[in-house]
Design a protein around this ligand. Structure first.
Ligand code: GLC
Length: 551
């Protein structure tokens, strides 16, 4: 294990309210999650990322908080949450929570006070304009559902800024009191025992909004300041940020350029996500090769978080129109599968036609690429989506635990469930559930367990350096390697459907008892690495050499 836990973590993202319901009210809760920690431990997860857990009117699935110092009573009490932290820790599992401080709910007492009077002590906690800002119809995050970024509030008799939905007024980061409060919020949860935060919407948090200026400057110093604070309060705490910006803008999120990583520890690799989707759609690894080559160099301690699916739509906005069309044509051809004109609201298994080989290939690829893998709940059993639900809710259906009614998620009357379980077709819980896969050594779940176990023995992926192996390859095949003091791993992934043979004999001199450690099928001995067979959608993780050195 390297020095920093997050470099070799396996992060599992879940929404407590759709995971496991312990009291039969139709909403998942902390006690339900505690009851599933053994499952997560067996899967090999080392860190949970919980989607927002605060009290909220839930107009944006909790990304609209009304109290940052409490938990949504539907999920349990703060006591239950503390118990969850304890129980997770007993199993070596850390917990990070969403920190959603770009905005609050408009029902938050701060906003209620702010709008009530210009003299409110909270007035300056939000961003106001006296007159309609010229850029009010620019910069919407949810085109189609959101029509402006400034809305007139009749009570306040002023316009307030909201980068997201109109019920999510932006906090005013330029107000020192807001900064102090954000730090206090992090202190509170760190004191309770969380290992860090998934920071929501970071580019917007640090935006120094000015009415009429759609390109407001950003205050990166706040990130330095917050990092200092968080790290002082808990030395091994981590900040994992959502910053979906152009690659050349990313380095300043990690550090101030002095060479030290003094801001965010980990960023989601949105660029890679889009490119992975494109590579899978075109059966051509070229864009992944580009991604490996173009990735900005990170300061020490900086790390990517890789993902295929999360709780939002797959965002294809950074691909060219041609590229985007190819992905949509393959994975989201029906308009009902698309969202905001830029993304796909589906889970991976249905996107890949529920083709087991293809699903394994995609996840083997993600988990072998540089960075820390993040896995969305339900993906490990190949859950599907429900397109009859609105927007992103299509991929936020309850976890499918068993053959029992409500997929074993809850004993409530089905009418009372937070969201309906998927109960029809190939992805219905009758076919896709944990119980069915738990005892089946050939199941997707068993495969994930094995793959994650294999990852544990390959610290080079998380802590080492990853590069493309630039030798002639059959069409569709990506060869890459991860190097570190512990040795070298070599990976072959065939994005195409043809069986091929690969020659990696140029690596033979470095090899020391090379051996397959994870494959989609039995391939026999790796020999001299010159005639490596690889089936259509096949993959081979090969340990080239291993030393007893460590990080
Ligand atoms: C982030 C979240 C998304 C949420 C938005 C507003 O993008 O991932 O789910 O709607 O922020 O908080």
């Amino acid at each position: 294990m390297g020095d920093r836990w997050y470099s070799e973590a396996v992060v599992y993202c879940l929404d407590v309210d759709t995971y496991a319901d312990s009291d039969g009210d139709g909403v998942g809760d902390f006690r339900g999650l505690i009851g599933r920690l053994d499952y997560l431990a067996r899967l090999g997860v080392t860190c949970l990322w919980l989607n927002p857990i605060h009290p909220s009117p839930n107009q944006d699935d909790g990304y609209d908080a009304t109290d940052f110092y409490n938990v949504d009573p539907r999920l349990g009490t703060l006591g239950d949450f503390a118990e969850l932290l304890h129980q997770a820790q007993n199993r070596g599992i850390r917990v990070i929570i969403d920190l959603v401080v770009n905005h609050t709910s408009d029902q938050h007492p701060w906003f209620q006070s702010a709008r009530s009077s210009p003299d409110s002590p909270y007035r300056d906690w939000y961003v106001w304009a006296d007159h309609a800002p010229a850029d009010r119809h620019q910069g919407m995050v949810f085109p189609g559902e959101q029509h402006e970024t400034w809305t007139y509030d009749r009570t306040a008799k002023a316009w307030y800024y909201h980068r997201f939905y109109e019920f999510q007024p932006d906090l005013n980061i330029e107000n020192p009191k807001v900064r102090a409060e954000i730090k206090k919020i992090t202190s509170f949860w760190l004191q309770l025992g969380v290992s860090g935060f998934r920071m929501d919407a970071v580019p917007f948090i640090i935006e120094q909004t000015e009415p009429g200026n759609p390109n407001a400057p950003k205050d990166f110093d706040f990130l330095t300041d917050l990092r200092q604070h968080v790290q002082w309060r808990r030395g091994d705490a981590v900040l994992l940020a959502e910053a979906n910006v152009e690659p050349d803008q990313l380095p300043v999120y990690f550090g101030d350029g002095s060479g030290s990583g003094n801001r965010i520890h980990m960023l989601f690799d949105f660029m890679l996500n889009g490119r992975l989707m494109l590579a899978l759609a075109r059966e051509d690894p070229e864009t992944i090769v580009d991604a490996l080559r173009d990735t900005p160099k990170l300061p020490t301690g900086g790390q990517w978080a890789t993902f295929l699916r999360n709780h939002d739509e797959i965002d294809l906005s950074r691909l060219t129109a041609d590229q985007r069309n190819d992905v949509l044509a393959k994975f989201g051809p029906d308009e009902s599968m698309q969202l905001y004109g830029r993304g796909i609201r589906r889970r991976l298994a249905p996107m890949l036609g529920n083709d087991r080989r293809h699903i394994e290939l995609a996840y083997a690829l993600q988990f072998s690429l540089r960075g820390t893998p993040v896995l969305r709940y339900g993906e490990e059993i190949g859950m599907g989506e429900n397109l009859a639900l609105d927007g992103r809710n299509a991929i936020r259906t309850p976890m499918q635990w068993s053959y029992k009614e409500n997929a074993g998620f809850s004993t409530a009357d089905p009418e009372k469930l937070i969201r309906p379980v998927i109960d029809q077709g190939d992805f219905g819980y009758q076919k896709v559930n944990v119980t069915a896969q738990r005892g089946d050594s050939k199941s997707l779940l068993a495969w994930f367990e094995r793959m994650i176990r294999t990852l544990r023995e390959a610290p080079e992926i998380g802590s080492g350096s990853t590069s493309h192996i630039d030798v002639p390859m059959p069409a569709g095949v990506l060869a890459h390697r991860a190097d570190g003091p512990t040795g070298t791993m070599v990976f072959l992934h065939n994005l195409g459907t043809e069986d091929v043979e690969v020659d990696l004999s140029t690596l033979a001199a470095e090899a020391d008892l090379p051996i397959d450690v994870l494959t989609d099928r039995g391939y026999g001995d790796v020999g001299k690495l010159d005639r490596l067979k690889l089936g259509g959608h096949g993959y081979r993780w090969i340990r080239l050499c291993r030393s007893t050195a460590s990080y």
